[in-house]
Design a binder for this molecule. Structure first.
Ligand SMILES: *Cc1c(COP(=O)(O)O)cnc(C)c1O
Length: 365
């Protein structure tokens, strides 16, 4: 079976370096936060071109603590795309704020910036653009709009580590950037992990406090915080992988071009890369009219597929109470019926790619 993503291939390639880094942590006795986490925070901040990185327990927590650091909570509205991974809306609901959805751009699957202004109200406190599948949302008009309305921008960069927009790295463009190190992400650890990045000193300081029970001085909490810290094993692994992430992202682009070249002319919607965005292809997403038939055929031929995501957020159970029904966001709903991820990871071989292309050519005209 050709998997959607093969995480062991990446480990095998770096086994000696990763094993040494892990052993060093095991020997050090420092397992939560500590020097490896601090170094990773500095290295990622430098890589992205921001002042601060604060390691937390997951990408979801990065969103929750980022929102809390901006003092967003009950009674506040947060604008988000109707089509993304559930964690984006989960974070907004967790802090008690009200998610306000906008539909997506059918080409990039990111929020349609043209629809944002009509959703801004006197209660809007933030907008969360999601750089879905590795393609940056259209940040320039979004930042202008947010600035004009005095609304904060929190980038959900979980799927787009290393992507850029007009020459600047995503996660560095808004007030707060949220990273996930879930194993399948473009920079992934061997467990859960995340980071909040920001240029604002006070936001970084607040997240540092919130991730450790709300205290700066041990055992003297200033507010109710959380236990949400990055552990040293993950940080040590991520520091090794960070040195390779550009190489992997470049190769993702090469593979994406090869897929696009070999699949052109078929009745298949292919990913787009809209200037000035640089896509890092977290996933390779096709758009298909007869998705189920393609899934069956590829499966019979030893090719895994995945649906990201089968349900738009506004139709998910935790969001029913918000009162959106079917047909509220037609592009989000269409995407949930038509998109299909095919195997894609930097270590994929040419033979695997050719087999997948040939099978697609047999099943789609
Ligand atoms: C993965 C992901 C998250 C959450 O990250 P975790 O580390 O899994 O908590 C948030 N948003 C998006 C778009 C994601 O893909």
């Amino acid at each position: 079976m050709i998997p959607l993503i093969d995480l062991t291939a990446q480990y095998q390639q770096l086994k000696a370096e990763i094993d040494a880094a892990v052993q060093q942590v095991l020997d050090s006795g420092q397992y939560i936060l500590g020097p490896n986490v601090q170094e990773l925070e500095n290295e990622i901040a430098a890589y992205l071109g921001v002042r601060h990185g604060v390691g937390v327990a997951s990408g979801t927590d990065a969103l929750v603590l980022g929102l809390r650091a901006l003092n967003i909570g009950p009674g506040d509205e947060v604008i988000i795309p109707a089509y993304t991974f559930f964690a984006t809306v989960g974070a907004v609901l967790t802090i008690g704020a009200t998610p306000v959805f906008v539909d997506i751009d059918p080409l990039t699957y990111c929020l349609d910036v043209n629809q944002v202004s009509e959703r801004i109200s006197s209660k809007t406190r933030a907008i969360i653009p999601v750089h879905l599948y590795g393609h940056p949302a259209d940040m320039q008009p979004l930042l202008e709009l947010a600035h004009a309305h005095n609304v904060r921008v929190i980038e959900d960069n979980a799927q787009a580590f290393g992507a850029s927009y007009a020459g600047r790295k995503t996660a560095s463009l808004g007030d707060v950037g949220c990273l996930s190190f879930f194993p399948t992400k473009n920079l992934g650890g061997f467990g859960d992990g995340g980071m909040v990045v920001t240029n604002h000193d006070h936001i970084a300081e607040r997240v540092r406090m919130l991730r450790t029970h709300g205290w700066k001085k041990k055992y003297h909490p200033e507010e109710l915080g959380a236990n949400s810290r990055l552990d040293a094993l993950q940080a040590a692994v991520l520091r090794v992988k960070l040195r390779y992430v550009d190489k992997w992202n470049n190769h993702r682009q090469t593979l994406a071009l090869r897929y696009a070249d070999r699949l052109s002319g078929l009745e298949i919607g292919l990913p787009h890369e809209l200037s000035p965005a640089r896509h890092v292809y977290h996933l390779y997403i096709l758009r298909l009219k007869e998705r189920e038939r393609v899934i069956q055929f590829l499966g019979k031929n030893g090719i895994a597929t995945g649906i990201y995501y089968p349900q738009p957020l506004h139709l998910s159970k935790p969001c029913v109470a918000l009162g959106y029904g079917e047909n509220s966001f037609p592009e989000a709903e269409r995407a949930s019926h038509e998109t299909l991820a095919i195997p894609f990871y930097p270590e994929m071989t040419d033979e695997q790619l050719e087999h997948i292309v040939n099978c697609l050519k047999m099943v789609v005209s």
